[in-house]
Design a protein. Structure first.
Length: 102
């Protein structure tokens, strides 16, 4: 999981450009929320694929550096846990908004 890309994404979100009517632009640096979400999911998927390849390498004995393989597995696990927690927070926020009375 590349932390610099996450930090760059967060930095671009916090540096939102606001138009004169106080409306936040939906595109930040020509990147929509949809694209940012797809990129994050594909990054988690890539981490999972690397983790499974590392597990396969350990099982077959073809791994030359065991520490790197274990690191890839742990990285995949942590990135999946982070993605699940973000999803849970988003679902809870959606449910809270739906409970609001207008």
């Amino acid at each position: 999981m590349n932390l610099s890309s996450i930090a760059d994404s967060i930095g671009s979100i916090t540096n939102k450009q606001v138009n004169p009517l106080n409306k936040v632009d939906t595109k930040v640096n020509n990147q929509t929320f949809d694209n940012m979400l797809k990129d994050a999911i594909s990054e988690v998927n890539g981490s999972q694929v690397d983790g499974y390849k590392a597990m396969e390498g350990i099982a077959t004995g073809s791994v030359k550096n065991l520490q790197e393989a274990v690191q890839k597995i742990e990285e995949a696990e942590l990135s999946l846990k982070l993605a699940l927690e973000v999803k849970n927070k988003a679902v809870n926020a959606y449910k809270e908004v739906m409970r609001m009375q207008v």
